[in-house]
Ligand binder design. Sequence first.
Ligand SMILES: NC(=O)c1ccc[n+]([C@@H]2O[C@H](COP(=O)([O-])OP(=O)(O)OC[C@H]3O[C@@H](n4cnc5c(N)ncnc54)[C@H](OP(=O)(O)O)[C@@H]3O)[C@@H](O)[C@H]2O)c1
Length: 372
Amino acid sequence: MAGNQKALYLQSKQGSFEIVENVDIPKPGAGQLLVRIQASGLNPVDWKIQKYGAWIENYPAILGSDIAGVVEALGDDVSGFATGDRVQVLLTTRRDHIELTKLRRFFQGGWTNETSGFQQYTLANHKLVSKIPANITTDEAATIPVAIAAAAVGLYLSKPYGAGLTAPLDSESLGKDAGKPIVIIGGATSVGQCVIQLAKLSRFFPIIVTASLKHEEYLKSLGATHVLDRNLSTSALAGEIGKITAAPIAVVYDSVSLPGTQQTGYDLLAQGGVLALVLERAPEVKLVEGKDVISAFGFFNQPHSRDLGFKLYASLEQLLAQGTLKGLTDWDQPNRLEVVPGGLDGVVSGLQRLQNDQVSGVKLVVHPQETA
Ligand SMILES: NC(=O)c1ccc[n+]([C@@H]2O[C@H](COP(=O)([O-])OP(=O)(O)OC[C@H]3O[C@@H](n4cnc5c(N)ncnc54)[C@H](OP(=O)(O)O)[C@@H]3O)[C@@H](O)[C@H]2O)c1
């Protein structure tokens, strides 16, 4: 499909955003879909790229990694999809072999302009696309890909990429972590909400979450068994956790990963346990023998993460449609969301709110097709 579209460009490193018209709509190559983007989710990484100049080297750049829309055209060798399908897409890349070490050192993620979310059309790797079941709106679908990727990578990839738990995505793997406690710091973050649901799928028990207590009921509806006030000190948290379970805390997932929450998570961890972070480890966290720390990167385009990504995306439609994976979990509540008006023009104010910490327990979404 030839033609033009509107896209939001970050003009230069640490520069400003601008809507550009008459951007070519890309043609899908082998294994790719062309998706007309109806909803695009905003993530903290988008403002961090602008503010710190990290992750991206080539400008002008199109950001945005949480994508949902409709299949517009199919490349060669694509099976299982047809034009008109509603789909959700995790930002993908043509650079299929990015080394994690490179990612860490240079913070060059998988962004290419043709596969990003803040535009009206994107290309997508068909193995990292999932059809959206009828019970999920397109807006809701746009809240899921990045958060579920960070959650799944942090829990299920082997160390040092993840906590090395067993992904409960096939019958042999179900229940491997049943009955073990998990602590999730920042349960109300988008990532945290997905970690809770995956922890439920893995049958962790209890699932202890820190958050603002106003989210208690909602987080329990996702699978948290206990919600503790995020403002408690580390020793108060340890005391509350001790009242809930006597079992050692072998897994802490810190979906906030500020230096203070990292230290708290590390201190709550038992010997032999692992702390999963969503950011790099803060240098001030004091490490001791026998406790691991990993940093999860929610990309499925690296050699070590691809299989997990393909497996998760192969299951996602079913998980969402049935609220269950082989009868084990309720997955019928995607993240709550707020649509920011103005199409792609809404991205700038939305990112500012994220940066100012003015977004609580909801995911911001824009509608690129409504761009003036
Ligand atoms: N590694 C990856 O692949 C990856 C992927 C996605 C995101 N991230 C990173 O993960 C972090 C979270 O991203 P997100 O999109 O999930 O965030 P988000 O949904 O925008 O997070 C907002 C929530 O953060 C919670 N929060 C803030 N400080 C907290 C604290 N000290 N303790 C507990 N909760 C706290 C607030 O909870 P309350 O409402 O309860 O106050 C608020 O609801 C960001 O740093 C982001 O850059 C990493």
